[in-house]
Write a protein that binds this ligand. Structure first.
Ligand SMILES: [Zn+2]
Length: 468
């Protein structure tokens, strides 16, 4: 079976103001329809003014993806009748996008970028009493209307859902390094995914948020479509909605073709002219990009490429955090191991990103220093880090509070207790079963709140068993 996947990625750009007016794009803690004005509400007679920063951001993204930059492009009105647009058209680009063809390299795969264009975000529809297919009624919040979007369109070069996810993770990291979008904002990156099998019609799954969800939606579609193919049901072009709760897609409507929209040139806005001097100026101010940063991490911190990639592609701020810690702690490899393993695990468990968490470089390296100076064992540090991520209390303080220096007597009594409670395991050890020994060590560790050394416990168990 052959699978073809293409993506359209909508990114909310983190400019100060909207695409065509001076309203703020920050809608957090705002009442519905508070960030609006005659322009983004599309009042008759209002005139849009193009935000230059949006062009800069899209050009930066284009250059980061090796794209061709045409000298001219213009804005068009995409005409459709739907309440999320008060004007009955969306100002977008169709005939001539701001940015042309480019590419992104993935491991063993090159994904071609078809185009990048800019457009305004429509209003947010709130479906009350159900989802898009079952709501009782719909509320409209125009705060989102007019927020600048950049749409990145790929060629259908992906053959697996996993590749699509890798692409999105890398794209997100590039955008974060360019500082053109805020990954922590809900809905700041939305994906329309096209998928077809065996050269058949494309199915478009609209408006998916979250990279894991994109992968799930595509997996579901491939299974659904191959089931249809097996039963010889014809697959028709269609737009579907992904339901994250059930991990399934639902049919929304028959797919319209782009040419079904009446696109007309927007006479309110000037032709966008990007001369070479503008492009050169942006090129010279480009920050370090993820691929370059991975290379630097391998030489500067002697990390392997895999670990460097995890740090950089998981979250740009995690890589920043890592570099701050390296200034405070001697061994960059130890910092990388703790950051990508235990720290990331604790953050994931709390669904937190490093920047929103209470974790700070200065206190994080304390944890590593406590292990170095034998105040806590590595095993105990793995427990302590959870409390540290939860509370942000410095590991030194936590250790002071929770560590009871165990005497040999304390450990002996814990071992005795474990042996008494687990007679069956004791018998098994005597008959040579080593798994049972591991089990007993685990029991003693629990009894001593993981503060005793497993080697010492093992020796004590064996010693006591000899005496029995
Ligand atoms: Zn406005």
């Amino acid at each position: 079976m052959s699978v073809m996947i293409g993506l359209e990625v909508h990114v909310q750009l983190n400019t100060e103001s909207k695409l065509f007016c001076s309203d703020s794009v920050d809608t957090r803690n705002k009442a519905p329809n508070e960030n609006t004005c005659p322009i983004c509400l599309g009042f008759p007679g209002s005139k849009p003014k193009l935000n230059k920063k949006v062009i800069d951001y899209a050009l930066m993204t284009g250059l980061a993806l090796g794209c061709r930059i045409p000298e001219e492009s213009f804005m068009s009105r995409k005409i459709y009748f739907y309440p999320d647009l008060a004007k009955n058209y969306q100002i977008s680009q169709y005939e001539s996008p701001l940015v042309g063809e480019g590419y992104m390299n993935l491991p063993d795969l090159k994904i071609r970028i078809r185009r990048i264009h800019i457009e305004e975000d429509p209003a947010k529809l709130v479906h009350v009493g159900g989802d898009i297919t079952s709501a009782e009624y719909v509320l409209i919040d125009y705060n989102r209307s007019g927020i600048p979007l950049m749409e990145i369109v790929t060629e259908p070069d992906f053959t697996t859902p996993k590749q699509a996810r890798q692409f999105l993770e890398k794209l997100s990291s590039i955008l974060e390094h360019l500082n053109v979008y805020d990954a922590s904002k809900e809905m700041s990156l939305r994906v329309d995914a096209n998928v077809s099998i065996n050269g058949g019609e494309r199915i478009e799954v609209k408006n998916i948020t979250g990279f894991e969800n994109v992968e799930k939606a595509l997996n579901f579609e491939i299974i659904r479509q191959s089931g249809m193919a097996r039963m010889e049901v014809k697959i028709e072009r269609e737009v579907r909605h992904f339901d994250a709760e059930t991990g399934t897609t639902k049919g929304l409507r028959k797919k319209e073709y782009e040419e079904d929209y009446g696109y007309v040139f927007d006479p309110d806005l000037p032709i966008i002219k990007v001369d070479r001097a503008w492009v050169e100026k942006i090129k010279s101010s480009m920050p370090e990009l993820p691929d370059q940063r991975v290379k630097r991490f391998t030489s500067q911190y002697k990390l392997n490429e895999y670990t460097a990639s995890v740090l950089i592609y998981t979250d740009k701020h995690l890589a920043d955090f890592y570099e701050e810690c390296c200034k405070l702690y001697k061994d960059p490899i130890v910092v990388a191991n703790w950051t990508t393993n235990e720290l990331q695990k604790s953050l994931n468990w709390r669904s937190e990103r490093i920047n929103d968490s209470k974790v700070k470089p200065k206190t994080f390296v304390e944890l590593l220093e406590l292990i170095d100076s034998n105040v806590i064992t590595e095993r105990y540090a793995k427990e302590l880090i959870k409390e540290y991520v939860d509370t942000g209390t410095s590991p030194k303080e936590l250790a002071k509070k929770s560590i009871v220096k165990l005497s040999k007597k304390d450990i002996e009594s814990a071992v005795k207790q474990a042996l008494d409670k687990n007679k069956k395991a004791v018998e098994e050890i005597k008959s040579g079963k080593t798994e049972s020994l591991q089990f007993l060590i685990g029991q003693v560790l629990t009894l001593t709140k993981k503060q005793a050394d497993p080697k010492e416990i093992k020796a004590l168990i064996l010693e006591m068993l000899k005496k029995q």
